[in-house]
Design a protein around this ligand. Structure first.
Ligand code: FE2
Length: 281
């Protein structure tokens, strides 16, 4: 496959990774693995645990407990995405060899730039989002370094600063890294702190680790591909948050882990020891 990211995209990524959101161009178009039919088959091939889909006509903030099922199969949801008012994500597409090859070839173009900053590129994972017009992905955060490539239709991802407790309280981070839900509590007064990134086919946006965001699809059905990876830095940040959960339960008010380039090693090691002891116990 010829290169998907040109020199300008690579330069921009190198200057902004891992902490600053930015937009780059890509050349991933009309790939046979990414047509609606291919994706419907992919949805039917993946284990049920790797497929999540629901109604797409949701508000910006959604209670994790609410019922948002759309009543269709995943294959039909994708085939009828133009009319079924839904949102679907196919998770860990790297479980299928053809999709793993595609993911690794895309990440391979970025790997030297990634590794120069955050060390070994770990845990490559791919996610495909298929969404009806106007579908909303509620306000949430994710633990991976992420580039979202727009393939069909348009969408606007509004991102908020990572690591700022106004947008995701420390207690929420700590809950997430000890088994909690990724959805965040939305309040309308947060809106002013967001930066909207509108993507059309051929454009991609980088999302820093744990940067809160919500997404709204434009007037046409949308397909996007998320290519993600982890790093020692991202694991340490996550484990330090989990360790802080323990400290807070003990009545302390722990300081939040530092963002990159702070390494957060001490608390991360603390949590890893606790985890080992719990497994052994
Ligand atoms: Fe996300």
């Amino acid at each position: 496959m010829t290169a998907i990211f040109g020199d300008a995209a690579l330069d921009c990524f190198a200057g902004n990774y891992p902490e600053a959101a930015h937009k780059v161009e890509h050349d991933l178009r009309d790939h046979p693995l990414l047509t609606l039919d291919a994706l419907a088959r992919l949805g039917e091939s993946l284990p049920a645990a790797s497929v999540e889909y629901n109604r797409g006509d949701l508000p910006t903030g959604v209670d994790p407990e609410s019922d948002i099922a759309n009543g269709l199969s995943i294959g039909d949801t994708i085939r009828h995405v133009d009319s079924c008012r839904s949102w679907a994500v196919l998770k860990n597409i790297e479980q299928l060899p053809d999709y793993r090859d595609l993911l690794l070839s895309l990440l391979g173009e970025l790997k030297p730039l990634i590794e120069a900053k955050t060390g070994a590129m770990l845990m490559p994972q791919g996610f495909i989002f298929v969404s009806s017009p106007q579908a909303v992905t509620p306000y949430h955060f994710d633990p991976e370094h992420n580039i979202l490539l727009q393939l069909k239709g348009s969408k606007t991802m509004t991102q908020f600063p990572a690591g700022d407790p106004r947008f995701a309280p420390d207690e929420t981070h700590e809950g997430y890294h000890t088994g909690g839900h990724r959805n965040l509590i939305w309040r309308d007064e947060l809106a002013a702190g967001g930066t909207p990134w509108t993507l059309v086919p051929g454009e991609a946006v980088f999302v820093p680790v744990m940067a809160p965001h919500h997404v709204k699809v434009g007037p046409d059905p949308s397909i996007s591909l998320s290519i993600t990876w982890r790093s020692d830095w991202s694991y340490a940040e996550a484990d330090a948050r989990a360790f802080n959960h323990l400290l807070r339960k003990a009545g302390l008010r722990p300081r939040a882990p530092g963002r990159y380039p702070a390494q957060n090693r001490l608390k991360a090691y603390g949590w890893r020891i606790v985890r080992k002891l719990r497994k052994a116990g």
